[in-house]
Design a protein around this ligand. Structure first.
Ligand SMILES: [Mn+2]
Length: 426
């Protein structure tokens, strides 16, 4: 058979509002406001330059909150650009953009296959007897709680290369609503070779016994928890029927977290130079794109009293923005947070013949006594069995590294409370 190519996109969330960004300049606000649209334009451009057969969109074209008409019109404008280049489009709708949330007069181009609320199919390259077949399903309304994968199984034609287009939560991903839930096993036994999925915003490839299921992730990160490159998959089905896929970033603005540990610094200058260096590195990783970042300060050290103040963290973010936010590409600091702790010389304290010394030696013993932590676990047991606390704790008593991490944290809290007061008095 000949080879075929398509682009798989999902979760465009066109016209997302970028809530939570404080005090951005009008210029940056405009870049952000346009970014979901510009990323979509980059998707269309990619389809045209790569001369693919089709664009597949796996739901969440816009954000449910506002059902933006602008988003709907610009989306079909993009599909019409594809049509005029002879490229098909396949669209299924998800929980943010179910069929009943679309303005009914918005018209899709003739060569677009827009799936409905039962699973149907259409050829990737119409009229070609070898063409792969695309199967798809759209949410009629916002909340689809049933597994729809078995519906695909009923109509998949054996012998043809099959592609499934679906907005679904695979494997009970807890970070996303459980819409159209199904398991990896379900996907693997339907006879579909490439599952073009949407819903989970973080890119993910799942190998199946005879194929691949892919979440390309969203096309533009929209908040601090959507860090890193965002884009689409360019997929080739080769002459011998194998799948070649590669990720292509299309985003305009990257989100990053920058973490700086104060324990390495005695003085402000080298500490702030390090932050600047980290911003440079993040910009380099962003590959010419704009950057929005958060800075988090952690660790114990002499700088603690100075940097763990709202006045300092706010001033740092203002000063960084004075420096970087007018550049092109810009790097905008969204916020600076600090969970630093005061500098404590543990080596001296552990030698002391008083309560603090006893306590630190107790912590050391508990960490060393790997198998022999029964007393400690006996103390923790009532907490872990308490019905009200159980939802905040893991199912079983902590062991190994989990227990050590708890001990470290407990020691830190004790030291802050016990030794912190001492040094304030001096
Ligand atoms: Mn989504």
């Amino acid at each position: 058979m000949p080879s075929y190519r398509f682009v798989h996109a999902a979760d465009l969330h066109l016209d997302s509002p970028f809530k939570g960004l404080r005090r951005v300049s009008p210029k940056i606000a405009e870049v952000l406001r346009r970014s979901t649209f510009d990323a979509f334009t980059a998707v269309i451009d990619l389809c045209i330059t790569e001369q693919v057969d089709a664009l597949l969109v796996a739901g969440d074209v816009f954000d449910s909150a506002d059902r933006s008409l602008g988003a709907q019109l610009r989306f079909v404008d993009g599909l019409k650009r594809l049509e005029s280049s002879g490229i098909r489009s396949f669209v299924c709708h998800g929980n943010h953009d179910p069929r009943d949330a679309w303005h009914s007069q918005v018209s899709f181009p003739d060569n677009c296959c827009r799936f409905g609320h039962t699973v149907t199919s259409s050829e990737l390259r119409p009229g070609d007897p070898d063409s792969p077949v695309v199967y798809g399903y759209s949410y009629p309304t916002k909340e689809i709680r049933e597994n729809v994968v078995p519906e695909f199984e009923q109509i998949v034609q054996p012998g043809r290369f099959s592609i499934g287009l679906l907005h679904a939560n695979v494997g009970a991903d807890t970070g996303h609503e459980s819409y159209a839930p199904c398991t990896i096993d379900d996907l693997g036994k339907v006879g579909i070779r490439y599952w073009a999925l949407g819903h989970v915003h973080t890119r993910q490839e799942i190998s199946l016994p005879e194929g691949l299921a892919v979440y390309p992730g969203n096309t533009q990160g929209r908040h601090a928890n959507e860090t890193g490159a965002r884009g689409v998959y360019l997929v080739t089905i080769t002459e011998n029927g194998s799948i070649e896929s590669s990720f292509r970033p299309v985003d305009l603005v990257r989100w990053e977290h920058i973490e700086v540990d104060i324990s390495d610094y005695e003085e402000m200058d080298p500490f702030e130079w390090e932050i600047a260096h980290q911003i440079d590195l993040a910009l380099e990783r962003s590959d010419g794109r704009h950057l929005v970042y958060r800075v988090h300060l952690s660790g114990r050290g002499p700088l603690h009293t100075l940097v763990n103040h709202q006045e300092y963290t706010e001033e740092l973010s203002n000063r960084l923005n004075d420096d970087w936010s007018e550049r092109s590409p810009f790097a905008y600091c969204d916020r600076v947070t600090a969970t630093t702790r005061q500098d404590i010389n543990r080596d001296d304290l552990v030698e002391r013949e008083d309560f603090v010394g006893d306590l630190l030696r107790f912590f050391d013993q508990s960490r060393d006594n790997h198998g022999d932590t029964e007393d400690l676990l006996d103390g923790l047991k009532p907490l872990y069995e308490n019905p009200r606390l159980r939802k905040y704790l893991s199912d079983s008593l902590p062991q190994g590294t989990e227990l050590t991490a708890l001990l470290d944290e407990a020691e830190s809290i004790c030291l802050d409370l016990l030794v912190g007061e001492e040094s304030d008095e001096n």
